[in-house]
Every structure is written in structure tokens, then in C-alpha cells.
Design a protein around this ligand. Sequence first.
Ligand code: BES
Ligand code: MN
Ligand code: ZN
Length: 492
Amino acid sequence: MEILAKDTSFLEWSGDGLAIGLFEDDVELTGDLASLDEKFAGSIKELIAEEEFKAKPGSSIATRVGSGSSVRKVLLVGLGKKEALKLDTLRRAAAAAARLAKKQKSKTLGISLPVWNNDAALTAQVLTEGVHLALYQDNRFKSEPEDKGPQVEQVDLLGLGGQEAAITRANQISSGVILARQLVAAPANSVTPITMAETAAAIASEHGLQLEVLEREDCEKLGMGAFLGVAQASDLPPKFVHLTYKPEGTPKRKLAIVGKGLTFDSGGLNIKGAGSGIETMKIDMGGAAATLGAAKAIGQLKPDVEVHFISAVTENMISGHAVHPGDILTASNGKTIEVNNTDAEGRLTLADALVFTEKLGVDAIVDLATLTGACVVALGDDIAGLFSPDDALVSQLEKAAEIAGEKIWRLPMEDKYFEGLKSGIADFKNTGPRAGGSITAALFLKQFVKETPWAHLDIAGPVWADKENGYNGPGATGFGVRTLVNWVLSSS
Ligand code: BES
Ligand code: MN
Ligand code: ZN
């Protein structure tokens, strides 16, 4: 599928499906919209009246316009109230147009939507993202594709002539989001620590990044007892993956992105019981998937920033080799951890990943992890928890997420709650009381970052969308990639 920037107005465009964005304030059709309706012999007005179309955000309808016309179908996409227009409303509107065009078997689609904030480049970018992300269909595990009918082949962004660079940027970002979706959606017998390292190698060779993969023995030498403890019951070798993007000149900043990479989380000997969602725990590498997705995008966007992409990848399994609940592990910074719950494994793998990352001497670290069910209880399925002691980094990430259309919400790092992790025998335990579980998880991670500005995103909720929602779902969302990319670009 190709997305093109066109100067053509919707009055002149010809093709299969013409999608028009409509504000609630404008369903009466005036000006150019009235001319368009006239051109199609009043069929737009009829459609609005028949379907009682109110132009609510996310709503969309289609009708055939008379045969012999230069356009086969008109698609109307609701934009809500004019003064409430948000950037993401446009991304969602483009997604709705693309989904409806596919349903209506339109091979060519023209999209006419308002420009956001006089910023044609950003508008073209988000429309392109919306189209790619809505049309992406995962047929890898079907013996026959589910969508065999005609596909949308060409999308013209009307009135956005000259925005080719923005479209290219969005193509690159979307390729990263889609990679993350593919990694998260693939089951644990398909995406393993070995294939995650292979995916990193493919990114490195396609986009010119450096790759270092630490094997079990390398991790042993570095004293990564927490990560290796989690890995010790798996039949698969752990892989500590470190990709580096280096710009050509002197980098403006050095950043690091760290992702939790559990290709499956059984819970370990504190095995996940019935109703725990154990059958969905292939998603537990969503942080690593976002990290690799961001690497793929950054490798193409080539900003003036050095970026390290790190993930300690393994499975959390059971066997005679498994960590016993109560075992004490020593992390690579020398801290001893009483593992009072083997299902709190993500923070153990991240502990060693964060210690390794800080030694790289970067200016800031962001980690992403499907870390706690407690965060889902707090914020629901759509919003990630943001934890950080650093206000400046928080505001950078909030801005990046806003433009990305990804919802994040800061939660407190209440130091007092660290008392819940007190251990009678080791430096601390890996889990505290049930209450405030996502906060104690973040406080645990904080023990492994000494002085580098650091933020933690708990993405256990938004990594997956049960239902279709705008350009997301049903299924893996690729959450985090766009926020990370925007964050890196804002530092360049
Ligand atoms: N991977 C899970 C968290 C999770 C839960 C991700 C639901 C996605 C959806 C994590 O490793 C885990 O098991 N956390 C435990 C922590 C508890 C033992 C303190 C949890 O949230 O129950
Ligand atoms: Mn777990
Ligand atoms: Zn987990």
C-alpha cells in the first residue's frame, strides 16, 4: 500500500472511496461541502439524514454515489466538536476511513481531513500512522488469510501536497509499531529468547545498528544473578540483547531504552493459577518488543542522538532447576534479593538490565515493562503507569506520549512504601503487600539506578487491546514505540 501527499481538493479527486472528515458543527454542509453534495446529487445530505449521522468522534458511514461519477463511494468520518479537536482524533479518523474503505472494497482512497494547528507535516504524519496501523492484519498464523478480498492499494492525503517527508517518517515509525505488534502477538513457541536476539540482529544489519548479545556465561561474568535466576528453569538459553544506534556526527545526547523481555511468564513455582491469564503471558515481552520496534524506527529516522536498546530476554518457567520461593539472588550491583514470589520476575531481569545500562554513561534511561497487574487495576487497559523521580524527564515523556496518542499517567514513587520490601535475611524482597503493587515494583527498580535520570513505564494494560479501538486492536498494540521515538527525536 502506498500513501501519497496530494494538492488535489476533495471536489476534484477521483477514485473508489472519498473520505471526508466532518465536525459535529458542520453536518448541515455549507461551502465546499455543499458543492460536493451538489456534485453527488444530494446523496451526502441524504446519507446524513437517513443514518442520523452526528459526526461523533470515531463514527463513520458510507454510501454509493451515482454510477458514472468519478467517485464510487463517499465515506463520512466523524470528528466531534471543532474546538475539541485533538491530534489523535485525526489519527483515529484516518484509521476509521481506512477500515471503512477496506470494508467497502475501495482500492483507492482519498482522505480529506482538517490540518491540525496549522501543522501540515504533523497532520500528514498522524494520518499516515492511522492508516497503516488500522489496515495492518496479522495473517502469519492462519492457514488462509482472513481478509482475502480487495485491499486498499493507494491512499491520497488530500490538501497535503509537499508532505512526502512526513509520510516517509510515518512509514518508518509505523514499521516499528508493527514489528512490536508482531513480536507481542506471536506465541511463546514462536518468539523465544533466541528469535528475539535474531530479530535484533536483523534490525542491526538492515538499519546499521551495532549489536552485542551476552550469552549466559557472559552474564555470569557480570554477576547478573537476578536475571539468571529467572532464566534458570527454562530449557532455552537467555539472551541479553544490546543494540546501539550511533549517529554520524557527535551525538547531541546519549539515551537508553530498556524493555522487559519475558517471552513467557508462567509465574515460576508461584505458578499463575486459573483465571490469572497465564495463557496470555506471551505478551510479557511487550517492553522488549517496544524497544526493538523503536530501534527499527530510529535506525531509519537517523536522529543526532546515540540510543542504546537493551533487553534481558528469557522465559519464567518451572523445572527442577527453578528458583525456590525464598531463594536469595545477588544482582550485578551486589544487592541481595529474597525472592518471596517467583512471579515477580520482571523486576529481577530489569534489575540487572538497569545496572548494565547505567554503566554505559547515558544521559537518561527509560524502561518499559508489562510489570504488574496492579497497574492495570489502577489505570485500566488503555493507560500506562509512569514512575520517575525526575520531573524534567516526566515532562519530556508526557509531551512525547501526547503527540504519539499514547496515554500515560504519572503515579507516585512513595519512598515509605519501600518498607513493604524489607527482608529479614537479604537486602530486600522482590514483592511487598498487595496494596500499591505497581509502586513497590517501581521502588524495587529504583534500587538499581544510582544517579542517571530514569523513568519506568508499566505497560501491562495497554500492551494489548481486547477489542478494536481506533487504530489499535483487537490484539497487540505496539504500545510505547511512538512515545519512545518522539522522545528520542525531541532530544535531537
Ligand atoms: N507479567 C506479570 C504482570 C502482568 C499482569 C502483565 C497482567 C500483564 C497482564 C508480572 O510478572 C507478574 O506476574 N506480576 C505479579 C506481581 C506480584 C507477584 C507481586 C502480579 O502483577 O500479579
Ligand atoms: Mn510474573
Ligand atoms: Zn511477568
